[in-house]
Ligand binder design. Sequence first.
Ligand SMILES: [Zn+2]
Ligand SMILES: [Zn+2]
Length: 308
Amino acid sequence: MKIETGNVGPNLTSDKFCADHKDQSLQMYCLTCDAAVCVTCVCENHRKHNTMTLHKKFQLAQKHLQFDLDKLQLDVKQVKSALTKLHDIEKSGDKSADDAILQIQEQAQANIHRIHKQADEKIDKIKEDRGKHLKDIHDYEKDLAVYLEQLQRGAGFLGDLQDEDMCIELLSSFQKYQGVLESTEKSVVNRKIKQNDFTFIPGKVVEKLGNVWMGKSVLKNHEQTNNLMPQDEPKKGMFKFLHGKVTCNGFLYFAVFLCLLVGVGQFVWAIGNDGATLETVACAVGYCYLCLAGVFAYRKAKLSAEES
Ligand SMILES: [Zn+2]
Ligand SMILES: [Zn+2]
């Protein structure tokens, strides 16, 4: 009982004298009754019982206690080691959580940085291109203002003209004015002014199979060319007739088409002369296949060139 409560006192020994025989000290132990008895008791009540001397009993008990002590010490060790391990588990579990949080944050930062970098590259491209045509536009503005001023001066002059003002000097100075006006006009007419037209097509973001797919976004500048004051320029003879109708590419298309036609014609001629042998037909089919493949390859190359 005292061991159980953790309070082990020095007065653990029980009475040293027999309760039944007051003058007898307890020197024997009855194993059957599990009690300390005196010599007289052994001869009387416990005569047929299994007894031994108290000293022997203590010796035996000491062995058992030593065994119990060893076992208790072993258990203490085990529990202590279990506690240490438990603390380690608690700590390492907690540390793994911290590490994972840190890694997630780092990855998020890296992804954000990557996206920002891509965006910045595109923005830089726009910033680089946006002012590209401004100088031309400003120059044109100035030249147009000069031209407008000249026109208004001429109109004002002629509007204010009275019949009595008419003289040779006036006519010759007006002619001079017309010469100046013409040269100014030449510089403003048919002038090509380029215009930026940026378009941005954002890439699609798709979540599939646990992955986030970020499509490539496309930034384009469809430069447009404006002619604000179109005026036909006089062309001469043959060149005038061909101008705008024949281009270098157009001529090449025509030549290639003609060559293909000649090739097909030769096959038809061969079949007409020698009959449709397997060899000729196979060659004709192969030739047509190559021509079509060429056309499609060209179209594809042209489309991808336009896209980029
Ligand atoms: Zn007794
Ligand atoms: Zn007994």
